[in-house]
Design a protein around this ligand. Structure first.
Ligand SMILES: [Zn+2]
Length: 410
């Protein structure tokens, strides 16, 4: 296949780019060195370039020559660009030169693969029956770059709405080198943080009748939340609510003024997520009010669930099978409880998200996971990653049809 040949022809460039990026990991929304390197790598490709204003994103539009200007579908390919606050322990000659920062989630490979796809698709420009939007995104690891890029016009940058979106993520463990992994529908969960503070009135531990003790009330809230989860939701609709921290008081004989907890909420369906947030507030306030105290409830909204569109998932799977053979694709039986802000794009546009095994080790089961200071990624997968991104875009444009109404992942 042409995409695979073209991608492999530029493999040494992609490896070199990845290793350069690996040495200069940057965190969060502002990645000036990474952004500059991406702009340099794309220069000379005849793309319409846009840079973010509130974050150092890069959006490049490749106009296909296989359809009249302004016609045909628009396909988005995404690569996240940020590193993590981790001190690298991998012993490679291109290790991080930024103290306390590391590309421990392999986003340096995502950038290089997306640059590769841009180069491959530029070669195939006359076959492209529509336009391709290349999304280079900061801050996937937090505070989130996809949502602000959408606010800055990402999904209309081509002059008409994006019809389909694809992304890949490399894995340093779990899957063998070169293995493609995904599943239909729900792939990764939504995540939200919950904070609850019970406000009572402190006093002497020997005089509870002269105080309002928040400690047993907070304990009741924890238990009531667990009962709420099991009695409110369909057992087949996964939800996890874990109270990971509780805090209250300073000594055995002092009733504190307040006590608080922090919890993580993981859900897949938007309806379950909304219901859970409402119910958490109701339970916390209700239990606390029953004891004559008040509750302060706060939510820190994270990322929505990552849900593959049926049609785009199948297109991604078929592309992987055709490019690399059926033995190199595995369908995950279950979703996973991680999360990813590509979900903001895939809430609005039918899309597909695939994992790519990049473990340099013979034993992926025991290799260090993404985010570990010892996470190592084998960049021999880069050309395959670039080929897959280019192939799914090419096929989607060839398929032609605009996105069916109501096809959004829900
Ligand atoms: Zn990541």
């Amino acid at each position: 296949m042409r995409t695979l040949e073209l991608a492999h022809a530029i493999a040494p460039d992609l490896v070199a780019l990845r290793r350069e990026l690996h040495q200069i990991p940057e965190l969060g929304l502002h990645l000036p060195l990474t952004q500059a390197r991406v702009l340099e790598a794309l220069s000379g490709l005849d793309l319409e370039m846009h840079q973010g204003s509130g974050l150092s994103s890069v959006v490049a539009v490749l106009r296909g020559g296989g359809a009249p200007a302004g016609q045909g579908p628009v396909v988005l390919l995404r690569g996240d660009m940020d590193g993590l606050p981790v001190t690298e322990e991998v012993d490679v000659h291109y290790r991080s030169r930024h103290e306390g920062q590391m590309h421990a989630c392999g986003h340096d490979l995502h950038v290089a693969a997306l640059v590769g796809a841009a180069r491959v698709l530029t070669e195939l420009r006359e076959e492209l029956a529509g336009d391709v939007v290349l999304m280079f995104q900061p801050a996937e690891e937090g505070p989130g770059g996809a949502a602000p890029m959408i606010e800055e016009g990402l999904l209309d940058v081509a002059g008409r709405p994006v019809d389909a979106a694809y992304a890949l993520h490399v894995m340093s463990s779990e899957h063998p080198l070169g293995q493609w992994v995904s599943r239909p529908r729900e792939l990764m969960s939504a995540v939200d943080r919950v904070k609850i503070r019970v406000v009572g009135a402190g006093g002497h531990g020997s005089q509870p009748h002269r105080a309002l003790d928040p400690v047993p009330v907070l304990c009741e809230v924890v238990l009531a939340l667990q009962t709420m989860v099991t009695r409110t939701f369909d057992p087949m609709d996964t939800i996890v609510l874990t109270v990971g921290a509780i805090r209250g008081g300073t000594a055995d004989n002092i009733i504190p003024d307040d006590a608080d907890l922090a919890a993580t909420l993981r859900t897949f369906s938007p309806r379950t997520r909304e219901t859970a947030l409402t119910a958490i507030r109701r339970v916390a306030e209700g239990v606390t009010a029953a004891h004559g105290m008040t509750a302060e409830v706060g939510f820190d909204e994270g990322y929505p669930a990552t849900v593959n569109d049926d049609v785009e998932y199948e297109a991604g799977r078929q592309s992987a099978v055709d490019l690399f053979g059926p033995e190199r694709f595995t369908e995950r039986p279950e979703p996973e409880m991680g999360s990813e802000d590509m979900s903001f794009v895939m809430e609005r546009v039918p899309g597909a998200y695939f994992f790519l095994g990049a473990c340099p080790d013979d034993d992926p089961a025991s290799a260090p996971d993404n985010h570990s200071p010892r996470a190592a990624f084998d960049d021999t997968v880069l050309a395959d990653g670039a080929a897959w991104l280019a192939e799914v875009a090419l096929r989607r444009l060839r398929r032609g049809e605009p996105r069916p109404p109501g096809s959004l992942a829900e």
